[in-house]
Ligand binder design. Structure first.
Ligand code: ZN
Length: 280
C-alpha cells in the first residue's frame, strides 16, 4: 500500500522519498537535482527552483489560490517549463485538484479562521508549505514515508493517535491507493473530534458503482483497470454510502457547480468532487 498519486517523481510532493526516477522523467539535470532534493529533504532547492520558474510564468491570465501567484500559463509537469492547460502552478506546483480543494477549504470551512489541530494525510507540498506556516494550525502531516513537512510516518489503516484528536482532516487522492479503505475511513472517523470535519477527495466516476478487484495486482493490469498503476479501485457514486457506513455524515460538493469564470481563473478541472464529512 502506498499513498502515492502516481509512480513518478514529484518535487516535494512524492510520498515515496526513495522511489527511483521514472524513465520518462529521469535523464535531465533538473530532475536529478530534484530527486536528490527530495531524498535529502533539501527544501531550499525546491523553493529556489519554484521561485525562479515563477518569474518565467508571471502574468495576469490565471491565479493560483494556493500561493497567490498570478500566472500567464500553467506548466506541463512539476519540473517542466512547458505549458499545459490546467497543469501545475509554476510557483508552488499545485495541480488543479489542489487549487480546487484550497478554494473549497477557504470558502466552506473554518481552516483559515479558527485554532485547529489538522491531520493532513499524504500532503502535497503545494498545500503543506502553506499550512505548516499558518499560526492558527497545529499541523500534523503524515505519510507512510518521511519527506518534507511530514511530522510522523503513519499507516492510515492504523493511525497512532487517540480517538477525538483532530479538529480537521484533509485527505486528497489517498483512499484509492488503500486496499483496506474502509479500515482507513474508520480510522479517520475515530481520530476526528466530534463536530470536526474531514475533506476527502478521490478520482470519482459518478456514472458507475465503485469498481474494485483484489485479484488485479500487476501494475500494468491496475493501470488498465483502475487508471493508475498504484490505484486499487475506481470509486463510484456509492462512495458516500461507504463513508457513511464508517460513521461520517457526508455532503458531496460537485465540481460541476463551479461557475466557468472561477474555473477559468484558477485553472480548475470539472472532475474534482469533494466529500465534506463530519462527525456528529
Ligand atoms: Zn501556486
Amino acid at each position: 500500500m502506498t499513498h502515492t498519486e502516481n509512480g513518478t517523481l514529484e518535487i516535494g510532493l512524492a510520498p515515496n522519498a526513495v522511489r527511483p526516477l521514472s524513465k520518462e522523467k529521469s535523464g535531465t539535470l533538473i530532475n536529478v537535482l530534484f530527486h536528490f532534493a527530495e531524498k535529502s529533504f533539501h527544501r531550499w532547492w525546491i523553493e529556489v527552483f519554484l521561485a525562479c520558474r515563477a518569474l518565467l510564468f508571471v502574468g495576469t491570465r490565471y491565479t493560483c489560490p494556493c500561493c497567490g501567484w498570478r500566472l500567464r500559463a500553467f506548466t506541463h509537469g512539476n519540473t517542466s517549463l512547458k505549458v499545459r492547460p490546467n497543469g501545475y502552478c509554476a510557483r508552488c506546483n499545485s495541480k488543479a485538484r489542489h487549487r480546487r480543494n484550497w478554494l473549497y477549504l477557504e470558502s466552506k470551512t473554518n481552516l483559515f479562521a479558527d485554532q485547529l489541530r489538522l491531520l493532513h494525510v499524504s500532503p502535497k507540498y503545494a498545500l503543506s508549505r502553506r499550512f505548516i506556516k499558518m499560526p492558527n494550525l497545529d499541523y500534523v502531516g503524515v505519510d507512510r514515508v518521511g519527506r518534507p513537512n511530514i511530522r510522523q510516518k503513519v499507516d492510515i489503516t492504523a493511525i497512532p493517535f487517540d480517538a477525538d484528536t483532530f479538529d480537521a482532516i484533509i485527505c486528497i487522492h489517498v483512499l484509492e491507493h488503500i486496499e483496506e479503505d474502509r479500515q482507513a475511513m474508520r480510522e479517520l472517523f475515530r481520530v476526528l473530534k466530534p463536530e470536526g470535519w474531514a475533506v476527502i477527495s478521490v478520482p470519482l466516476r459518478l456514472d458507475q458503482k465503485t469498481f474494485e478487484d483484489p485479484t488485479i495486482v500487476a501494475p500494468e493490469e491496475r493501470q488498465r483497470a483502475f487508471g493508475e498503476e498504484q490505484h486499487v479501485r475506481v470509486y463510484g457514486y456509492d462512495l458516500t454510502e461507504r463513508l457513511e457506513e464508517c460513521g461520517f455524515q457526508v455532503q458531496l460538493d460537485l465540481s460541476t457547480n463551479i461557475d466557468s469564470r472561477t474555473r477559468d481563473k484558477y485553472g480548475l478541472l470539472d472532475d474534482e468532487n469533494i466529500f465534506y464529512c463530519t462527525k456528529t
